[in-house]
Design a protein around this ligand. Sequence first.
Ligand code: SPD
Length: 285
Amino acid sequence: MAKLPPLKEWVEEVQDGAYGMKWRVKARLFEGKSPFQSVAVYDTVSHGRMLLIDGLLMTSERDEFVYHEMIAHVPLFLHPRPRRVLVIGGGDGGTVRETLKHPTVESVTLVEIDGMVVDAAREYLPSTSACLADPRVSVRIEDGVKFMAAHESEPFDVILIDSTDPIGPAQPLFGPGFYADVKKRLSADGIVVAQGECPFYRLDVQAALRKVVAGVFGSGTLYNYHNLTYPGGLWSFVIASKLPRDLAAPDPERVAALQAGLSYYNLETHRAAFALPEFMKRGLR
Ligand code: SPD
């Protein structure tokens, strides 16, 4: 690794040049520039190790469980028997780790465009990435959009789009062509969930994404989670199912069986996640 520049006291995430958050840095562990983006891992005083891509915080040891549990368990507890799961993005491994907690899951394919993200996570974020060595997991360093368009295989029961924000290489992951391919790759009773941004700051992006997903699947539903390190605190995922189903009704017996290993997700947080505040309902119409 190239020699790191002198220690900076704070790492900052600035949004729209107007507001931001900062965390006191204990150590710079990794800073690199891939063909796609900048990748950095810092150890911080208050939030443990953090992964940043292009200066935007992707995951922190302190609160990553919230995001990763809510992207994975909401669809996995809704699907009657998820066996084959595909994760697009998510090179830190947290989404794969949660997926593997489901005993019916036989294989997880992770398609991450940037090998540097996976390598940095393997080296510096073992608590999220160790699962990538599980024999049920295949890691493919490929463009998720091209993979979705070209890859012919047995369909997936659940597809999780664990993307960065809709800038840079992640932008096509928010478009209609991509979702048309997602639908083709899903099994007849398949479910897709995608990272859906922050309602306070990106309601326009949420409305556009919901419209794209609804255009392909017939409906697209936002659900929320509370976050400590993403700007705005309240963030969302979008979910769509090929079969009509009650999205707020997971299987209680299966939840109870895995509950001891979960820290944010439970029956109540699943149900409540679908209760949207009024400004969101209006903005999404
Ligand atoms: N602004 C942050 C959005 C990040 C979404 N992806 C996080 C990746 C965690 N696996």
